[in-house]
Design a protein around this ligand. Structure first.
Ligand code: NDP
Length: 335
């Protein structure tokens, strides 16, 4: 069983030298345990935060241990009555080829139905990123028909679902993404009303000008994945009583400062800004996954994936995602 451990913590930007690849035998199963062979490993921005020491909403990743991460795969051996070899499952197996799971622990493992939905989507649109989109859009932004919702990192795992969910509620969906290919996907394949390429703009005033064209009626809801320049630009276009769902600020994850330029607009526009962590809202997961499954099944949400091959490619693929080299959900295929 090959595994990738966090070997040391980054000083400044993360690099491949922070990780270490090892091989170990899997221990024999005890009663209640199952052995899962991972087909896909999910790479997610939150992992960058876990690499740091210091307090956050989640514990830091311990050094010398397998990197945390969502996985989907197949049960190959079982000593738990509810699981049989061949069952397809989703769990938190981490950056390794196999995991031994205490299957009876609440939330440790979930069986997934792969008849209509490819197994990899359970790490994206019909998994944690999809539910993240659903929570921020439905519970915080709560768009009314005709209102305008903007989302940053719009071609990504979370962003793509935000726009499609907003359209399903009769709102106008506008994406912000890096580069013409990502913007084309956002409008042509996901059905957003417009998409702005932030890389064409050097400052918030210029980006706000482009947003003005894309959002002639102003911005009523903003789903924030990025921070920095994009946030500043959207603030300049916000309507009175606009809501911001603070989901992520990836522009700052490597330690670059992302000061907010116009906090006073929160007051003058009487805005509501709310942060959230999807794992703290388990009550919405069933409703969210039902709607997301239907949107994927009906072809309204066509998630894109960037797939790196082999466990050894995980560190490089992870660092690439932090720099926007992924296009859609970043995965590592292991089988
Ligand atoms: P994505 O698939 O969207 O991948 C990350 C994308 O972020 C990149 O492709 C890139 O797209 C964009 N990006 C990276 N750096 C910058 C930058 N400096 N400025 C602007 N854009 C940048 O990842 P996810 O969909 O998995 O995650 C999206 C966000 O959601 C993250 O911030 C993540 O932390 C957050 N999140 C929060 C959760 C919560 O519970 N609060 C749960 C899950 C995710 P581009 O090329 O378009 O710039």
């Amino acid at each position: 069983n090959r595994q990738i451990l966090l070997d040391n913590r980054p000083h400044g930007e993360a690099s491949t030298t922070n990780f270490r690849l090892i091989a170990e035998d899997t221990p024999p199963l005890r009663d209640g345990q199952v052995l899962v062979r991972h087909h896909f490993l999910s790479l997610d921005p939150y992992m960058r935060g876990r690499m740091n020491e210091g307090k956050s909403y989640a514990q830091p990743q311990p050094l010398g241990q397998v990197m945390i991460g969502g996985t989907v795969g197949e049960v190959v051996e079982s000593r738990h009555p509810k699981y049989q070899p061949g069952d397809k499952v989703q769990g938190m197996g981490g950056w390794q080829e196999y995991s031994v799971v205490d299957a009876g622990q609440p939330g440790a493992l979930r069986k997934v139905d792969t008849t209509h939905v490819p197994i990899s989507h359970y790490l994206g649109a019909v998994g944690m990123p999809g539910v993240t989109a659903w929570y921020g859009l439905v519970k915080i932004i709560d768009p009314k028909p005709g209102q305008t919702v903007v989302v940053s990192a719009a071609s990504g795992a979370v962003g793509s679902a935000v726009g499609v969910l907003a359209k399903a509620r009769g709102a106008r969906a506008v994406g912000v993404a890096g580069g013409p290919a990502k913007c084309r996907y956002v409008t042509d394949e996901l059905g957003f009303d417009a998409c702005v390429d932030y890389k064409q703009h050097r400052d918030a005033t210029s980006l706000a000008g482009a947003l003005k064209e894309a959002c002639p009626g102003g911005v009523d809801g903003y789903f924030e994945n990025v921070g920095g320049l994009v946030l500043d630009a959207v603030m300049l276009r916000a309507n009175a009583f606009a809501r911001i769902a603070m989901c992520g600020m990836i522009a700052g994850y490597e330690g670059h400062p992302i000061p907010m330029q116009h906090p006073q607009l929160i007051l003058t526009n009487r805005m509501r800004v709310e942060g959230f962590i999807v794992s703290e809202h388990l009550e919405v997961w069933p409703d969210a996954l039902k709607e997301l499954g239907e949107l994927v099944g009906s072809g309204k949400l066509r998630p894109r994936e960037t797939i790196a091959r082999g466990l050894e490619s995980a560190p490089e693929a992870f660092l690439g995602m932090l720099r926007g080299r992924n296009f859609g959900k970043q995965l590592v295929q292991l089988v």
